[in-house]
Write a protein that binds this ligand. Structure first.
Ligand code: CP
Length: 334
């Protein structure tokens, strides 16, 4: 495996193979599998889980990591092309990124959406530019429009819990959030659940539809898997018989990059905070999923998050296990 950027680059059989390997490595650790191997990690955006789960995954297989982020004592980084660098930034990504990559056997990169221009973010331009600068294997640790490691962990989490794939009812629900949030997790999640063969509904208020390109990609995945993808603003009918509600927040496509305009339509949506009554019509064992971090009392109530439906900690632990599998595939034979 030379890159891990999008679950869409893999067949369903290949994804299942990764999950099987993750389970094997959990039960039967291979503490020397990646001895002498180094994962470089470039974080242009903050993280808790991604950073630590990759460090732990490498350490558990005998490898090492190093981390670079703009907050560290590095030269200011310039990313614009054709710029005269007579300002604060002393180093261009065109030199910095290949240098960082050259110290590792693979590189993981995180670069969140800038949330200025919808087209730019949907094309994942910054991530593509960064990866074009390296010739080592690379991993998407969350870009403007994707979070494949999270999706792989969520797929494993549902498999482990016995949540049905075919005829499994998956609800991806928008929740209130004080900030304008990116499309990376909802886009990756709706695609992952569709590719797993589930009947997926995107539950969101009017004005918070996911971009057409995201829905089209998920529908293509459903065509392959036998699942389905639809959207609704009706909470009660959507939750009927659901096996999973996956909470996330994302920006309005109608006001992308204009936070003030979005703020004007959001006050009346404060009740989009997942609470016990949401589950009235759901399957008895309907699970609550979230990639974390999550804002308590804003996106979900304490009682749901701390209650038996919540599997958020399991999802987070599975990040480490599935990343062990993909690092093993990427580096153990190289
Ligand atoms: N879920 C996730 O990617 O968490 P972090 O942003 O903390 O890495």
């Amino acid at each position: 495996m030379n890159f891990f950027n999008d679950l869409a680059d893999f067949s369903i059989a290949e994804i299942k193979e990764l999950i099987t390997l993750a389970r094997r490595l959990e039960k039967k650790p291979e503490p020397r599998a990646l001895e002498g191997k180094v994962l470089a990690m470039l974080f242009l955006s903050p993280s808790l889980r991604t950073l630590i789960s990759f460090q732990s995954a490498m350490a558990r297989m005998g490898g090492g990591t190093f981390v670079i982020s703009p907050e560290m004592s590095i030269h200011g980084l310039e990313s614009r092309s054709g710029i005269v660098m007579d300002g604060v930034a002393a180093e261009h990504i065109r030199e910095a990124v290949p240098v960082i990559a050259s110290y590792g056997d693979a590189i993981g990169i995180r670069a969140f959406a800038k949330r200025e221009n919808l087209g730019d973010d949907l094309s994942d331009g910054e991530f593509r530019e960064l990866t074009s600068l390296v010739d080592t294997p690379y991993i998407n640790m969350e870009s403007a429009i994707n979070h494949p490691c999270q999706s792989l962990a969520d797929w494993k989490t549902m498999d482990d819990l016995g949540i049905p794939a075919r005829n499994g009812k998956f609800v991806l629900s928008w929740t209130w959030h004080p900030r304008q949030m990116p499309f990376a997790v909802p886009a990756a999640t709706v695609h992952m659940a569709a590719l797993r063969g589930m009947d997926v509904t995107v539950l969101r208020p009017e004005g918070f539809e996911l971009p057409d390109i995201v829905m089209d990609k998920a529908r293509q995945a459903a065509t392959i898997s036998g699942g389905s993808v639809t959207e609704s603003d009706n909470r009660s009918s959507t939750m009927q018989g659901s096996h999973v509600i996956y909470a996330n927040s994302w920006a309005s496509v109608h006001h992308y990059g204009d936070r003030q305009a979005e703020d004007k339509i959001k006050p009346e949506l404060r009740d989009w905070c997942i609470d016990e009554p949401w589950f009235e019509n759901a399957a008895n064992d309907c699970r609550f999923m979230h990639c974390l971090p999550v804002r308590r009392g804003v996106s979900v109530t304490d009682s749901v998050l701390d209650g038996p439906r919540s599997v958020v900690i399991t999802e987070a632990r599975n990040r480490m296990l599935v990343q062990m599998a993909l690092l093993h595939q990427m580096l153990s034979r190289s």
